[in-house]
Design a protein around this ligand. Sequence first.
Ligand code: PAF
Length: 280
Amino acid sequence: MKIVSTIEEVRTQVAAWKKAGETIGFVPTMGYLHEGHLSLIEAAGENDRVVVSIFVNPMQFGPTEDLASYPRDLERDAALCEKYHVDLIFHPTAEEMYGESFYSYVDMDVLTKELCGLSRPVHFRGVCTVVAKLFNIVTPDRAYFGEKDAQQLAIIKRMVQDLNMPLTIKGCPIIREEDGLAKSSRNTYLSPEERKAALVLSRSVFLGKAMAEQGEKDADRIKAAMTAEIESEPLARIDYVKIVDLKTMQQVKTINGGILAAIAVYIGKTRLIDNFMISD
Ligand code: PAF
């Protein structure tokens, strides 16, 4: 496994693999890898070569968000990547990615204006821009994203479709702790008391999912039950509980086709997300 920090080194290595007729699977991450990332790396094993990027992208953090405190541990991440047969880690600096000045952005309408886009107004522009750049640098055949960030996954799929990017996007299921909490690098921020309180997210998601699976079609009724579950936890503060169309991210009243039921909840100062989806 190689660890490189320059765009040139990635291009040289990928060109050699492509010359040999090999396919490239790509897993973009911000590091501090957990089993969720490892499941993406495993899925990427369907390609001849696996590239993982580790880059805490400043552009997707708002001014009051956790860019400085976001957990980082390259040594630990590299050991995990080695164990999971990653061929190349791309670990650039912000300067390597954005240079001394940077003026070009990939932005998106509609899908970015709901859910996390409301409380994180610059987030998806930063995600789309960095992911588009990473796709241009790594030129993968397939790229892998977690369904925990369901809105991000829908946005990336749409960007690839709208901008005719020549790769396939693959979504992979949410990986949970044994007690239900969705795996996230941000779980490391939680105190023991908050960690217990955070279980309210998965409880709310499981409750909503069970209602939908039992045939409840009224989105407001499902949302009300999910909201009440979250409000039963004193340490939890709701950012949103919403049920949206899976393709447009616009709220629905009735569950007919594909939907995403998504929640964002502050546990103390830590903002966590979770969801369930029902496909078409
Ligand atoms: O999901 C993430 O970790 C990030 O948003 C991503 C896709 C690596 C872009 O920085």
